[in-house]
Unconditional design. Structure first.
Length: 445
């Protein structure tokens, strides 16, 4: 796995410690790292260049506030600029039209168009209480028409029949007519996709657009496509006035750079993100959260390294490697963490390293008591045998009593420590699974 941007920048930031401003001289190296991170996240090269130029302009001459290092300040600027580029005030579907409001779905075959059509139908029914009709103009693949029929029923919407011997334009007109007569609020038009861009396909969808005058023309694109998404986006933008983008398969393991590329190339806002194959797997796009994903900020390894910076690097790296490889986090690791906290010169020093918001929370804690607590926990773990530390599940009642006696504490304290350890272990497992962003949101909120 490539190291995350926050990780790289903190490394550079260490060299720049003490400098109060971002200058032409110290920003070059950092911008090179930002550039690498964006390319690794699969953002297209021309888009990266533009973006870096904007960040540089914003960053130069900025005071580096308070205790923040230039590296962290730059992460902040990059993060804000990413969110601003991808973000948009209103993200929901625009239905300001004489009903039925027509929504035209465009995109390559396999991008997730049909699935997204049904997800949108469900969204409009449940969240906006609309009466929704769907129709498929994909006369080249009978299976596609059947697929739309199936998922439309699952979404609780109505489906307008079409057959492969009809012309897409005739189908669309008939569906529009039906929607008008039956007082539907919304008509969702799924269109034919090809495996690659071709002229006939583009002509067909242009004709559909001219006849239907949709209030929304949504470009559906697979987030896993990375660099290729740019060419597709360009072609669709030239053919159609796109009003929005839906990024699908965001539950995959891409770093999501396609979002930035497609947003910049089409100029259209990203409205939704597809996050599962199921019909409830559609989320309103959250630019800030996505910026974090591109930067790889939710990276436990970087966090561990940062918090323990300058302490016992060898131990910290061992722990980081362990979390990365997914190997079990055991009581020995827990003990090592406790000892590191102490060797950092006490908890109050550690506190200075925390971001302001966390400091405020930590400020309510009695530091002396917290340090005594750490010493007691150390004592408990040190009273265990090496085997018990590696396999805490072995620690049953009699062993607990022996450990408590050895450490001079009550059995309840041993239980409390084991609970705490289990929670920590659970957290480590989640972090390995990439759930750190979610967890930090919960802790911060
Ligand atoms: P179309 O050819 O553009 O109509 O694409 P489909 O709607 O048939 O989707 C292609 C495949 O991608 C199907 O297997 C879908 O289940 C899957 N898919 C669509 N959207 C998502 C998503 O957001 N997440 C995941 N994991 N799979 C998706």
């Amino acid at each position: 796995m490539a190291s995350s941007l926050s990780e790289r920048l903190s490394r550079l930031a260490k060299e720049l410690r003490g400098q109060a401003r971002i200058t032409e001289g110290n920003v070059q190296d950092m911008l090179r790292e930002v550039r690498m991170a964006l390319l690794e996240a699969d953002v297209a090269l021309p888009v990266v260049r533009d973006f870096i130029a904007r960040v540089k302009e914003k960053a130069l001459g900025q005071e580096v506030l308070g205790s923040l290092s230039p590296g962290q300040a730059l992460i902040g600027i990059v993060n804000r600029e990413l969110a601003a580029t991808m973000g948009e005030g209103v993200s929901d579907i625009n239905l300001h039209a004489q009903p039925p409001a027509v929504i035209l779905m465009a995109g390559l075959q396999g991008s997730g168009k049909t699935t997204t059509t049904a997800k949108l139908a469900k969204h409009l029914i449940e969240k906006r209480k609309k009466k929704v009709l769907t129709v498929s103009g994909d006369v080249y693949r009978p299976a596609a028409i059947e697929q739309l029929k199936t998922v439309t029923a699952q979404a609780g919407a109505e489906w307008f029949p079409s057959t492969p011997d009809q012309k897409p334009l005739d189908i669309a007109r008939a569906a529009l007519d039906h929607a008008r007569r039956q007082y539907f609020d919304v008509l969702l038009v799924d269109t034919a996709g090809r495996l690659a861009i071709d002229e006939a396909l583009m002509r067909e969808i242009r004709e559909l657009h001219a006849a239907l005058k949709p209030v929304e023309t949504l470009f559906v694109v697979d987030a896993m496509q990375g660099q290729d998404a740019v060419n597709t986006a360009k072609a669709f933008k030239e053919a159609l006035p796109l009003t929005g983008i839906v990024l699908t398969k965001m539950d995959g393991d891409s770093r999501g750079g396609a979002a930035l590329s497609v947003r910049q190339i089409t100029g259209a806002p990203i409205k939704f993100a597809g996050v599962s194959e199921k019909l409830d797997g559609l989320e309103v796009f959250d630019a800030e959260r996505h910026a974090g994903r591109i930067l790889g900020m939710g990276d436990i390894v970087a966090l561990v390294e940062q918090v323990t910076a300058g302490v016992d690097m060898e131990a910290a790296q061992k722990l980081a490697a362990k979390v990365k490889s997914g190997a079990g986090f055991d009581l020995d690791d827990f003990l090592a963490q406790l000892q590191q906290m102490k060797s950092m010169g006490g908890l109050s020093t550690l506190m200075d390293k925390l971001p302001a918001q966390m400091q405020a929370k930590a400020g309510q804690v009695d530091m002396d008591k917290a340090e005594r607590d750490i010493r007691r926990k150390e004592g408990i773990i040190q009273s265990m045998t090496p085997l018990e530390r590696r396999k805490p599940e072995l620690i049953k009642a009699t062993r607990k009593r022996r450990i408590a006696a050895g450490a001079g504490v009550h059995v309840q304290e041993v239980n409390r420590l084991l609970n705490e350890f289990e929670q920590m272990q659970g957290m480590m497992k989640k972090m390995k699974g990439g759930g750190l962003m979610k967890m930090m949101k919960r802790m911060g909120g």
